[in-house]
Design a protein around this ligand. Structure first.
Ligand SMILES: Cc1cc2nc3c(=O)[nH]c(=O)nc-3n(C[C@H](O)[C@H](O)[C@H](O)COP(=O)(O)OP(=O)(O)OC[C@H]3O[C@@H](n4cnc5c(N)ncnc54)[C@H](O)[C@@H]3O)c2cc1C
Length: 439
């Protein structure tokens, strides 16, 4: 008879997604160990997240997950069911406007799905948008360009049609604290966490996963191992020998976001809302202290720079700062263009998948699962991802052939169907993916 494993499941990574996977498994009664090489929960890419909560995805399952995901944040303390001595992360529902530049646009994909799934939104025509955002210049300058491209300076060529406004959208005020909240919730269910502990190998026995090998030379045994390593995901998949067996790959890419003071004529923190602006190539949202956080939507002109998961990231680039502060300045001219020495923001990594859609799946190594490729847009889905992964692990370990018959998961709050085939490692690149990010 073989020795019983030390744990039912080991989760590699204690970011917001890893924390949610640990909590969901622990609350189902599994003995979990979360292992993270960082000093605490949420010190990886989670710590830099813009933490925008929005529902403007281009696949039905993407919208369903994001809409259900919002409810976790809305009921956060109740969902966690355990106190945290540091307090809880808070959802700020400032709303988000998806600007409609013309006949063509992302709204065409989103609106029919919102109608089908009953996701609340308001249609603002140009007059309504101008009334809601009097400081905005609503002329069109796109498609997005870099500021050193002469086309950036072209005259405006039309007018914004309006916007789709999601009143329930917004952001979470402290993404790292959210991961810590999940750690405390998992611990309250018996989950264990080990920090400053690096996984350097994946143990196998009789053709399936058997645990993890740590940098101190020890091995911890478990029946299930889940890779939630964020930008380290492809490296961990290589350790497990499953990298080449997956059709969709993940890659760590460098990403910057920027912080600028809000307009002098309003308090953007209390009176502003988040905006997705494909005409300019940015999204932005209020930040406490009348500041604005700017992210790029990764339009084709923006560089996608692969960077090793442990490579030095350097400072914010002058080029990125200039391009993106000028982009927002076109939309809100009263902001004024911040000077180069005022550069503020964060540099981190996305764990980008080939089609910017995550992989929540089993792998070809029995017992080895992945929640990866979160591509700069899955913070909002942490609770949903944890729920789907726990359902998947229980189903597959119980004998389900998920590859032949993809699991359909019922979303916890909305009862919507989450078709896990959308997140398969072996899918073809999603034709419907927007290949861009609004946070
Ligand atoms: C700049 C930026 C802006 C973003 N904005 C948004 C947004 O507005 N809205 C949104 O929904 N999403 C956004 N995202 C995406 C979101 O933040 C991520 O999808 C999410 O935080 C990923 O969480 P995670 O737990 O998978 O990974 P991480 O938080 O990266 O955690 C992975 C953990 O794994 C650990 N680890 C890695 N390798 C090992 C190993 N070998 N051994 C032990 N531990 C290991 C790391 O130490 C790390 O703590 C953004 C991301 C970035 C970077």
């Amino acid at each position: 008879m073989s020795e019983p494993a030390d744990y039912d499941a080991i989760i590699i990574g204690a970011g917001v997604i890893g924390g949610a996977v640990a909590y969901e498994l622990a609350r189902r009664g599994h003995r979990t160990l979360s292992v993270d090489k960082g000093p605490g929960a949420g010190y990886g890419s989670t710590s830099s997240s813009s933490a925008v909560i929005r529902f403007s995805y281009s696949t039905e399952t993407g919208v369903a997950a994001a809409w259900d995901g919002m409810h976790y944040w809305k009921h956060w303390g109740e969902y966690l069911g355990a106190p945290d001595e540091s307090g809880y992360a808070q959802l700020v529902q400032c709303g988000m406007a998806l600007l409609i530049p013309g006949e063509e646009g992302h709204h065409n994909r989103v609106m029919p799905i919102w109608d089908r799934l009953d996701v609340p939104y308001e249609f603002w025509d140009r007059t309504a948008l101008a009334a809601k955002a009097p400081t905005f210049d609503l002329r069109l300058y796109g498609p997005p360009a870099r500021s050193d491209d002469p086309s950036f300076w072209n005259e405006a060529h039309g007018e914004m049609v309006g916007a789709l406004f999601s009143p329930d959208a917004g952001y979470v005020d402290d993404p790292q604290l959210a991961a810590h909240n999940l750690q405390r919730a998992a611990e309250a269910q018996g989950g264990e966490f080990r920090f400053r502990t690096e996984v350097v190998g994946i143990a196998r026995r009789q053709g399936r996963v058997a645990g993890v090998e740590l940098s101190d030379g020890s091995t911890v045994n478990a029946d299930v191992v889940v890779n939630v390593g964020g930008p380290h995901s492809s490296y961990i998949n290589q350790l497990a020998g499953v990298y080449d067996t997956m059709n969709i790959k993940t890659q760590s890419i460098r990403h910057e976001t920027y912080h600028v003071p809000g307009p002098p004529d309003m308090d953007f923190t209390t009176d502003g809302f988040a905006v997705a602006d494909d005409d300019s190539g940015i999204y932005f949202r209020p930040q406490p202290g009348n500041n604005i956080l700017i992210g790029t939507t990764d339009p084709p002109c923006d560089p996608k720079i692969p960077v090793g998961p442990d490579e030095e990231l350097g400072e914010l680039t002058s080029d990125g700062w200039e391009t993106n502060t000028l982009r927002i300045n076109k939309r809100i001219p009263t902001l004024g263009v911040p000077l180069p020495h005022e550069k503020k923001g964060v540099v981190d990594r996305y764990d980008k998948s080939d089609d910017w859609i995550p992989i929540y799946d089993r792998t070809d190594l029995d017992g080895f699962y992945v929640a990866i490729g979160t591509s700069g847009n899955q913070f909002k889905n942490a609770g949903v991802a944890g729920h789907m992964m726990a359902e998947l692990i229980d189903a597959v370990e119980g004998g389900r052939d998920h590859d032949a018959d993809p699991l359909q998961v019922t979303a916890r709050y909305t009862g919507l169907n989450l078709d896990m085939a959308t997140f398969s490692r072996n899918r073809q690149i999603h034709a419907d993916s927007s290949m861009s990010v609004h946070g």
